[in-house]
Design a protein around this ligand. Structure first.
Ligand SMILES: [Zn+2]
Length: 512
């Protein structure tokens, strides 16, 4: 027999495609030809596979070898095809029986010594294999635990080509994946640690309930970061589908923790303002890695000192915030990653960021305006909650005696509020209040009684409030009512919502 076929999986973004690795050996000048849209890393597979085969004690077939990856239309990236190529080639040369690998997906990179090395993205690859009807996979031992997260498939680990060859010949066994460790309950930071900061705590809770983006302005030391870091602790746990998405993205990025369980807590990502565009939105050579934006998918993206980020970086966030996905243009086509995030921005009130407070600020009015202007427009436009917070004074710290509410208590309120909103908007397909378009809230049956919105309409007429600002306050009022268990916002909910909006006048200027 001079032809053999072994199954593998190629990734494009988070989508896996079943790939057939075919090897054909024919008489002629010894050479290896690789066809079927391979990338550079895959071209190097020829050299890795040859060295691994020889160093595993097998003889290299001195014939003309054609390795084809089907379907040819799907771009193939990375080194995860090595093991499948080696198997197809050895089977084609008659060194291995083909039957034991029928209907089995084989994944893994080969070292020159014949060791099988872990690859990125095994979880989404195995998930794709199962969707395609595969019931057995062989993966690098280092990825075996992660592969077991996918239900409905038998996972075997392999540490060397030598072992795999012995297994196929019926001379040895493959390795059982190590048992997944029970993931300890998320010991993330808790809201109970935030003293005082009533407005800040309230803003974070409303943001969690309604899925609203949040901007926190305030001098250094006011507790902006403390509040932002605690938002995930009051968000609902991820359901099965979301947990699989989030875990798959970490697998592709190569940052999945080794204990292998599904990630159930909404992720939190806080890229530094000096981070490269690729680190933020994704990119890099070969298999494009997801950036912080996608690693925060279904969780929180926190941009601290937001005005310090490069303009191009902030601009690059606009489209993904709108669509919930990142498109990375590559030489060999476009890679797409999900990026549905809740955004939290933090900014100092001015470039000097005087910790003693704004009274001691030495910045000119122009410098302050320029500094915050970077936030305005398209980005701030999508942010429902914008508040200013101040550091606690020593007197406030001393008089704050009641212990702050812990995250678990707030999370229970948030969960009830989210359930109410999801039920109310289910017919229209929205899950949280932040997704509801403004006009929808201004029309019956959701329009609030005129008396409850009188102050807002006055602000609108005076020019102190923009139309978009008006809509944002309505959305927030619904979230506040949901948190308090009312089926409609009252006048006082609207009033409370307006307090979560500073700088409406500022918005007004943007629109002019
Ligand atoms: Zn200043």
């Amino acid at each position: 027999m001079s032809y053999a076929r072994v199954l593998c999986v190629g990734l494009v973004g988070v989508d896996g495609h079943l790939v057939e690795v075919e090897a054909d050996l024919s008489p002629g000048l010894p050479a290896v030809v690789l066809t079927g849209l391979p990338d550079t890393a895959l071209h190097e597979a020829r050299d890795r596979v040859r060295a691994a085969v020889v160093n595993s004690g097998r003889s290299w077939p001195n014939r003309r070898i054609t390795v084809n990856l089907r379907p040819a239309t799907v771009p193939k990236q990375g080194s995860g095809f090595d093991l499948a190529i080696a198997c197809a080639l050895l089977a084609g040369a008659g060194e291995l029986p083909v039957a034991p690998l029928e209907g089995v997906v084989v994944l893994g990179e080969l070292g020159l010594d014949g060791a099988v090395r872990p690859v990125r993205g095994v979880l989404p690859m195995v998930a794709a294999a199962v969707r395609a009807g595969i019931r057995q996979v062989i993966v690098p031992l280092g990825n075996a635990r992660e592969a077991t997260v996918v239900p409905g498939v038998t996972v075997r680990g392999v540490d060397s080509l030598h072992r795999l060859v012995a297994y196929v010949r019926g001379e040895d066994r493959l390795l059982e994946p190590p048992p997944a460790l029970p993931r300890p309950p998320a010991a993330g930071p808790d809201l109970a640690e935030v003293a005082g900061q009533e407005l800040g705590r309230h803003a974070v809770e409303v943001a969690a309930a309604g899925g609203h983006h949040l901007a926190l302005m305030g001098p250094p030391g006011a507790g902006k970061t403390m509040l932002a870091e605690r938002l995930p602790s009051i968000l609902p746990e991820l359901d099965d589908a979301a947990a699989l998405e989030v875990t798959a993205l970490q697998s592709i990025a190569g940052v999945l923790p080794p204990d292998g369980g599904l990630i159930r807590r909404p992720p939190f990502q806080a890229p530094h303002h000096s981070a490269s565009l690729a680190a933020l939105v994704g990119g890099g050579p070969g298999l494009a890695r997801p950036g912080a934006l996608s690693l925060a998918h279904r969780g929180v993206l926190f941009l601290d000192e937001c005005p310090e980020f490069a303009n191009a970086t902030l601009q690059a966030l606009r489209q993904p915030l709108e669509s919930g996905r990142v498109l990375l243009a590559r030489a060999r086509g476009t890679t797409e990653y999900p990026a549905r995030v809740q955004l939290v921005l933090a900014a100092n009130p001015c470039p000097c960021a005087n910790p003693a407070g704004e009274r001691f600020c030495a910045c000119t009015a122009l410098a302050r305006r320029r500094y915050l202007a970077k936030l305005s427009g398209p980005l701030l436009d999508r942010i429902d909650i914008q508040i200013r917070i101040q550091p606690l004074s020593a007197a406030q710290l001393m008089t704050t005696t009641t212990p702050a509410e812990p995250s678990a208590v707030v999370a229970a309120r948030v969960a009830r509020a989210r359930a109410a909103a999801a039920e109310r908007w289910s017919a229209a397909g929205w899950r949280v209040n932040a997704e509801v378009p403004g006009p929808h809230l201004r029309r019956p049956p959701w329009r609030l009684p005129a008396a409850d919105t009188a102050a807002l309409r006055k602000g609108l007429d005076r020019g102190a409030l923009s139309a978009r600002g008006f809509d944002r306050i309505l959305r927030l009022a619904w979230s506040i009512a949901d948190l308090d268990g009312r089926d409609r916002p009252t006048g006082s909910d609207v009033h409370e919502a307006a307090q979560l909006r500073m700088g409406e006048a500022h918005d007004r200027r943007d629109e002019d």
